[in-house]
Ligand binder design. Sequence first.
Ligand code: NAD
Length: 340
Amino acid sequence: MFAIMEAARLEALHLAQDPVTGLKAIIAIHNTRLGPALGGCRYLAYPDENSAIRDAVRLAQGMSYKAALAGLAQGGGKAVIIRPPNLDNRGALFEAFGRFIETLNGRYITAVDSGTSSADMDCIAQYTSHVTSTTSAGDPSPHTAMGVFAGIRATAQARLGSDDLEGLRVAIQGLGNVGYALAEQLHAAGVELLVSDLDAGRVQLAVEQLGAHPVASEALLGTPCDILAPCGLGGILNAQTVGQLRCSAVAGAANNQLASIEIADEMEARGILYAPDYVINSGGLIYVALKHRGESLPAITAHLSQIDLRLTEIYAHAQADKRSPARVADALAEHLLYGG
Ligand code: NAD
């Protein structure tokens, strides 16, 4: 266990179980140098307890990097509740999890993630104030989309010489909460949209409402375009897919797009500019973090508008150092988290 923690430079790992509700929960606190750890709570079935712990640790580390480069006074953490095979009372389970969070005295703040909902956060909120994305706090997805849109403009400026998106071809993989809101903004900016989603209904809506061109899911990554915006699942930029790319830049919302950092090097070598995912998609985190602190919407929007500036700065460093923006972003985040 300590080897896993050391490898990820994890500060603390907390476990709790409650036989009454069936709760088996892990809270991984990665780094609190910049502030209390903030990160979502997953509620999923895992093949074994070690896989659940590894997932929490890996994701907590990612949250530290994202919060640091978003300029938030927030550290990185993540929680995993292992979904029991049978559950009597979901509300009671999340209430027990709320009591667990409360024991950490604010060192960890939770939020919605895969398998959890705002209603679950409301149950947690009965026992602790260290919870965001409750039903009253609102959906972060539009803010994520807003940040990605601004990031795409910064990417177009860096790679194509202008932030005017009119007439550009942008391929979007995934038209969910973030992808569809992004498609609407790109359409309003005069972009030609190429879209795919596993849900044919989402594609049909984009065709009808935004004049988008549908592309088969398996063909999207290889579709010639100016910018590819992955907004579905992670891990899509890997050894099998990187050679297929026919774009000038990749800039999208999906978390953990790179199967490994070497894939970013390969894109760099091919002249494809890569917007580090945790920088361009940080709008949702900025929204939940600042909302939790009671900031006003204009203040949140002002903070969101730093995303494109941060990307522009990363691109300038990357160009000067002849390195991938992914490596530059990691180095900047590590400097903020560990000094040196
Ligand atoms: P979502 O579940 O609402 O939408 C994802 C969409 O992608 C779905 O419509 C799904 O059918 C589609 N999809 C999945 N795999 C696909 C594939 N191979 N080809 C085409 N379509 C595919 O999720 P979301 O909230 O819109 O988030 C999208 C991505 O952005 C995720 O990776 C998420 O982790 C990341 N993200 C989201 C937020 C947020 O605020 N929601 C913040 C940061 C990062």
